[in-house]
Design a protein around this ligand. Sequence first.
Ligand code: MLC
Ligand code: AMP
Length: 505
Amino acid sequence: MVNNNLYTHFAKNFLKYPKRDFLSSDHGSVKFENIHGETGFYVAMFSNIGISKGDRVVVQVDKSIEAVLLYLACLRYGAIYIPLNTAYTKEELRYFLSDSMPELFVCDPRNENSMRELANELKLNNVLSMNSRKEGTLFHKLSEVQSSSFVEVCNNDDLAAILYTSGTTGRSKGAMLTHNNLLSNALVLLDYWAWEENDILLHALPIFHVHGLFVALNCALLNVSKVIFLDFFDSKRVISELPNATVMMGVPTFYVRLLNQQSFNKSVCQNMRLFISGSAPLLSETFNSFEERTGMRILERYGMSETSMITSNPYSGTRVAGTVGFFLPTVSGRIVNENGEEAADGEIGILEMKGPNVFKGYWKMPEKTKLEFTHDGYFITGDMASMDCEGRITIVGREKDLIISGGYNVYPKEVEIVLDMIRFVKESCVIGLPHSDFGEAVTALIILKETTLDFEENIKLILNDKLAKFKHPKKILLLEAIPRNTMGKVQKNILRDQYKNLYLE
Ligand code: MLC
Ligand code: AMP
């Protein structure tokens, strides 16, 4: 029987370069030849604590080699991996945990006590912290078992992961991704970006989103590439590692920050073959300054949690600033105009697509899933785009009310719901405004019920408990009235225009 477990596709290549480091970080390294043995401990531990195929494993931990081994072990065991942003608060965790009801929750030692409290409340069976070897920690559990050689047999359709992504209603949805969704996308990217035998990936992204986890690590695993695995993005550190790497992936903020460093120049990039950008629009200005400084053109691609990568600029052909390139060879896509017809060249519409990379649906939300697909099976991305006569795509905006700040998505509705619950806030409106570092900055405009001293500090304190830091407004402005159209809908475009220079002056 053919095993379509994504892990088997990775593992069949491990012994091509057994002595090669897979991950090399400041805290240690793991070689390709050791991945199977190392993940075998996690697999044995899963079996020991009673996890079954299809059970969820929620993970909210700092970036580490062990976190990647945990991801690989989940694939191998047929458990569904659910990574969560480390910035999420206990309130946010409550929703993710109660929605997914994991059989195992791996948490950060820094907030172990409050996470255990939460897990008890929700009656979760297993909570382990990523800590030393003391009892109740993941490493302690691993020390109690022998490495197992078990690999679960999976169909293409079996779930590998769930990625939570927020929505316009403010409620997060879990995008269910199958083994084949992830494999098909990584395979096409290997080819499209012409991965080479000796490529070395410089990895400074977080590993709880599609970009750092699936695009970066799945490609490196399939290609048996070494990964220089940095804890987080720090421009000086990245510059010092660039001479040792050939490929880097980042959100636009990475490239803006690199360009702010004088030491970032052509000579540090001399071994680099490819810089890739995605998750948010890369400004033409950044693309051009980068080319001027390094002689290299950043390759911009476009994707989503629900689909992994959808389009990419070409590796060998022309990479055009401000565009996201062509539909990947495995993707069939179209731009649909207001009348529901395929848009003419250059006409703006909503981007819809089909392909083996399209997710299986939202976890426990069949009705919501149906709404996101057309009657002929295309996934409606909610991104507004145009396509030229050659098939080159430009993302021009979003139909969905979404802010992308430093590559993280923030749905205004989620922030507005929290603001509107504050005793002294009458009404709020949250918009994204241009920001030179984060691309867009979350900004709140509020009307107070009554004059309130220190309203800003008070709001910040309340938000600390409720929302991850990256969702907090960078500025809170007071308004007398919120502009609305005759239907009563808030005219956010008027506010975006009025305050467009708030962070730029
Ligand atoms: C951190 N902060 C942010 C932020 N990141 N605020 C807004 N937007 C962000 N993205 C907060 C911090 O909590 C801190 O708050 C303050 O801003 C300053 O922090 P910093 O030190 O400047 O930020 P830093 O830690 O350097 O992080 C910035 C960053 C990081 C850009 C390096 O956000 C990052 O790694 N982003 C990558 C996101 C990503 O991987 N996206 C992929 C999604 S997948 P305070 O108040 O404490 O000072 C996807 C699909 C696809 O979208 O196509 O790829
Ligand atoms: P997420 O829901 O976190 O997966 O974010 C996906 C969204 O990020 C997409 O729907 C787009 O709006 C946006 N996005 C990703 N890549 C790009 C890009 N290169 N240019 C513009 N927007 C992008």
